[in-house]
Structure formats: C-alpha cells, structure tokens
Ligand binder design. Structure first.
Ligand SMILES: [Zn+2]
Length: 90
C-alpha cells in the first residue's frame, strides 16, 4: 500500500522507462560542456546544418532558440533538468 501511492499507473511507468532508455542513448551534456557565450554549464546543444556545433546555457539557449531552430539540424535541450530540480517540492 505504501509503495503504490507514488505510481500513477502501469502505462505511465512504461512510458517513463522508454524515455530513460532514449536518454541514455542520446549524447547528453555534462558539466564539462560550457556555454559559448558566457562559460556557464551548457544545457542546450545545437548541431548546425553546416556541421558545426554550438553549446548554450539555459539562459542563452532560450535567447537564441528561435534562430537556432532555423539554422540547426538538431537541437538537444536538457534545460528542463534545471526546472525539474526546482519543482521537487511536494
Ligand atoms: Zn550562457
């Protein structure tokens, strides 16, 4: 009974597991990755269509996102990790 209160349902748990696997396969950003603009820890990586790569912190990533979405072939956004840690008050 005590353990059940936390889980929302078996279907939701499955979705979660799958997302976690995808996260592990995708190249994730580490503390060694730094924002190209200010040197803070990078949470957003954009792969440009010309092959280049840009790293941004959550702040600058958000600021440049509209332009990046036009120029980048792929945007890897981990900035929600910041929000998650903020929201764990429950
Ligand atoms: Zn920055």
């Amino acid at each position: 009974m005590t353990g059940r209160a936390r889980t929302t349902g078996p279907a939701d748990d499955r979705k979660r597991e799958k997302a976690d696997v995808n996260m592990t396969l995708a190249p994730s950003l580490s503390a060694a990755d730094r924002c190209d603009r200010c040197g803070a820890q990078a949470y957003i990586r954009a792969r440009l269509v010309n092959g280049g790569e840009l790293l941004f912190c959550a702040h600058h990533g958000r600021q440049h996102l509209p332009q990046l979405q036009e120029k980048a072939s792929e945007i890897h956004d981990e900035s929600d990790r910041l929000v998650e840690t903020d929201n764990t008050v429950n």
